[in-house]
Design a protein. Structure first.
Ligand SMILES: NC(=O)c1ccc[n+]([C@@H]2O[C@H](COP(=O)([O-])OP(=O)(O)OC[C@H]3O[C@@H](n4cnc5c(N)ncnc54)[C@H](OP(=O)(O)O)[C@@H]3O)[C@@H](O)[C@H]2O)c1
Length: 238
């Protein structure tokens, strides 16, 4: 199989690439020209590097990017800087999802699995997930004032509402880690269908290495994929 990783130069994306290499999966990465990745990743015979920015690619470049890919894992996120958070592209993640889905829909061939790295700050209202009054107020303010949060919400909404469950070509899972932390080693983690803690008032932790492990397992283990298909699993370190 071949997996395309978007945001492969990011803190979680680079770990996903390592997880895929460890499983001997052919991996295509799209990174910006300025992106930095360790030599061991760039020089791996399993890794094919394409340079560019997802939202600047034309239709034929997108076709080529997705060619022969069975799965796409998006770990895109806005850089934590004024430009990254408040500048363009405002809808980096949502537009990337849209572009990937449009490309998958017009290409001939097998279904494409899409894994979106989302967040527990996304409320899956179509699965009847609810927020308390306090959470509703804070999420409304975040959506209004914090463009990256708005983008994350729209990206997950796009998969749930626009793509839905009956698209002939696209299968998806939106993975929701809680507060991301750094760790060099994997540890036990738990995956739930719904949030089990308040992301605002009682946030848990999810190490990036654990969420990268879960996303790599998802695309390589059919049983796990079918378990979480069209769902928005939350991931917490134990
Ligand atoms: N912080 C948290 O606690 C938390 C919790 C749950 C979920 N999340 C979400 O998880 C996702 C990944 O988080 P992370 O910390 O691993 O992200 P990260 O390290 O900031 O990586 C973001 C990736 O997106 C790429 N990117 C940023 N702006 C871009 C642009 N304009 N065009 C093309 N690529 C662009 C970056 O490329 P460059 O290397 O070239 O900049 C990088 O590869 C984010 O969406 C975040 O919101 C965060």
């Amino acid at each position: 199989m071949r997996v395309l990783v978007l945001g492969a130069s990011g803190a979680t994306g680079s770990l996903v690439v390592r997880q895929l290499i460890r499983r001997e999966i052919q991996t295509r990465i799209l990174i910006r020209k300025s992106a930095v990745l360790p030599e061991e990743v760039l020089e791996s015979p399993l890794v094919e590097t394409v340079k560019g920015s997802i939202n600047d690619l034309g239709q034929s470049e997108m076709d080529k990017l997705l060619e022969n890919c069975d799965a796409v894992i998006s770990c895109l996120g806005h850089n934590i800087s004024l430009k990254g958070m408040f500048g363009k592209p405002r809808y980096l993640v949502r537009d990337a999802m849209r572009s990937v889905c449009e490309t998958a829909e017009r290409s001939a061939g097998k279904n494409v699995k899409i894994v979106l790295m989302s967040t527990t700050a996304y409320t899956n209202t179509s699965s009847k997930e609810k927020n308390s009054l306090g959470e509703r107020i804070i999420f409304s303010l975040l959506t209004l004032l914090l463009p990256p949060h708005r983008d994350n919400v729209r990206a997950a909404d796009f998969l749930i509402r626009d793509i839905g469950r009956s698209n002939k070509r696209i299968e998806w899972v939106a993975v929701r880690p809680d507060t991301l932390t750094h760790s060099d080693v994997e540890s036990s983690y738990e995956v739930f269908e719904y949030r089990v803690r308040s992301p605002i008032f009682n946030a848990g932790k999810t190490s990036r290495i654990n969420v990268s492990h879960f996303m790599a397992e998802l695309v390589t283990d059919d049983r796990l994929w079918n378990k979480w298909l069209f769902k928005t699993p939350t991931v917490y370190d134990k």
